[in-house]
Design a protein around this ligand. Structure first.
Ligand code: ADP
Length: 503
């Protein structure tokens, strides 16, 4: 590694010193009521650079007591603080200011993401840009959250208000450690809520950097509180807390189920964005070059650690061999290595646990009789959680590698006969987050867009996400939609007001 992974130490030639200084200056504590504080129990934990397996730094390990303090701060800010009576225009200004600061520190934030998460720096830069866009988009919404008037008895006037829910608990994963902050925090604030955010224990630093920027933006104390810590302690305390009005979660389906149960304690509102095993369907009339490139991006971006990754690639029989050959070539051409190097196109997986899990599936696939066309093994690096981009051919829909979410750079290639066969196999899953279709036949594309049971369908493209459009799951991929105006509905509730005319 040319770039030392440790953030301690002095400036050194050959590394981005501004980024390292920024990283060093991020408070490694909990953000509660506008102040940084250690965990009440004094606990801390390490965050690891997955490219080197070295400790990057140590952050506070919050638990239920800290969550409680954060909820009190968020409640106070919601009920009595300046946040409770500012105008929508003022809220917009805060969101725009945050977006501006994210853009100003784009380079440093991208480095923080790459060091903590392992994704290539080019992808981290893209994540930062998308983060700013989400804040800008929701800044626009603050002034457009409207109620309605409804026709009633002529002696009555009825109107509705759309009001914020209150204190929102938000639990996010490690695969988009900054963009997930934006997806959760931006709409919640746009609607006038306050927030207790828990980043994933694998990647606490981008969220802490964000916390620092909220203070720089002058956001009133208690509006955004951040508790770093572990799922079963800090996360579970958020899910069951009786003074939290809503919990929003992105992560695994099994944890989503636990959160839903815990949220029943006070019937808090719940939105869940969970796992996926998304089908990516290539018909023999598709533009093969674009389909191969899009499919590779769909499964290999972010090392395949994407809930909507196109992990089941269904290929019409006539072009199966050619597609498999071309995808194999793309996979073999991926540059696996130091994610801080600009030429790197794939970095390490996020953690030891994730690494072992994905390697386990590489064994399972081979035992099940799938044929390894590319990868199938760990990367050649002596350190770091590197897994070679893998293409499995001759996969059958009932194999575990075609049914279970691997969350790694592993493509399963499955043949299909015709449209009906493609739809049957594609929908044969407990998940329903996303799907894609590659074809030049517009009638077929439109028909499949309807028949595929997924929250997002991409036609002749893969993985496009945009704050203008809702994202979320069918079936066990969760419920509730984030982004778009749907997020405004997630973070508000209508109130109906009747006025009786008096003589
Ligand atoms: P992954 O398996 O990809 O790490 P998880 O669903 O385990 O995904 O984690 C996503 C987020 O949920 C993380 O912030 C994690 O700390 C949190 N989490 C894990 N377990 C729980 C739990 N029992 N209750 C609440 N949050 C949890």
């Amino acid at each position: 590694m040319e770039t030392p992974a440790k953030i301690e130490g002095t400036a050194a030639p050959g590394r981005n010193n501004r980024a390292f200084e920024f990283l060093r200056d991020i408070p490694k504590q909990l953000l509660i009521a506008g102040k940084w504080a250690p965990a009440q129990a004094g606990g801390t934990f390490h965050t690891i650079n997955p490219a080197t397996e070295e400790v990057l730094t140590t952050v506070a390990e919050g638990d239920a007591r800290d969550v409680d303090a954060a909820v009190k701060a968020a409640r106070e800010a919601f009920e009595n603080g300046p946040w409770s009576h500012i105008t929508p225009h003022q809220r917009a200004k805060y969101l725009l200011k945050i977006a501006e600061l994210v853009q100003k520190h784009a380079d440093e934030l991208a480095h923080v993401i790459t060091l903590d998460n392992g994704k290539p720096i080019s992808e981290a830069r893209n994540e930062v840009a998308r983060t700013a866009e989400v804040f800008i988009y929701y800044a626009g919404w603050t002034t457009k959250i409207c109620g309605e008037t409804n026709p009633s008895d002529p002696s009555l006037f009825n109107y509705t208000l759309r009001e914020p829910l209150g204190v929102c608990g938000q639990i996010i994963p490690w695969n988009g450690p900054l963009s997930m902050v934006a997806w959760k925090v931006a709409p919640a604030l746009a609607c006038g809520n306050t927030v207790v955010l828990k980043p994933a224990e694998q990647t606490p630093l981008p969220a802490l950097a964000f916390g620092k920027l909220t203070l720089e933006a002058g956001l009133p104390a208690g509006v955004v509180n951040i508790i770093t810590g572990f799922g079963p302690t800090a996360g579970a305390a958020i899910a069951r807390h009786r003074d939290i009005d809503k919990v929003a979660f992105t992560g695994s389906t099994s944890v989503g189920r636990e959160i839903l149960q815990a949220a029943a304690s006070n019937l808090k509102r719940v939105s869940l964005e969970l796992g996926g095993k998304s089908p990516n369907i290539i018909f023999d009339d598709a533009n093969l070059e674009l389909a191969v490139a899009g499919s590779a991006m769909g499964i290999f971006r972010n090392q395949g650690q994407v809930c909507c990754a196109g992990s089941r690639i269904f290929i019409q029989q006539k072009i199966y061999d050619e597609f498999a050959e071309r995808l194999t070539q793309v996979a073999s051409g991926i540059t696996l290595g130091d994610p801080l190097q600009p030429g790197t196109t794939m970095g390490p997986l996020v953690s030891d646990e994730q690494y072992e899990r994905v390697l386990g599936y590489l064994n399972v696939g081979q035992q099940e009789g799938a044929c390894v066309r590319a990868g199938g093994e760990r990367g050649p690096q002596s350190r770091g959680y590197f897994v070679a981009p893998t293409v499995f051919a001759d996969v059958k829909s009932d194999m575990r590698i075609a049914r279970e979410e691997i969350f790694g750079p592993v493509a399963s290639l499955i043949p299909f006969r015709d449209e009906t066969d493609a739809v049957l196999q594609a929908n044969d899953t407990i998940y329903g987050l996303a799907a894609a279709v590659w074809t030049r036949n517009v009638n077929r594309a439109l028909a499949l867009a309807r028949r595929l049971r997924a929250g997002t369908v991409w036609i002749n493209c893969y993985g496009i996400l945009d704050p203008i459009s809702p994202f979320g799951g069918y079936k066990q991929s969760g419920f509730g939609r984030e982004l778009g105006k749907d997020s405004i509905e997630l973070y508000t509730q209508p109130k109906s007001v009747f006025i009786k005319f008096q003589k």
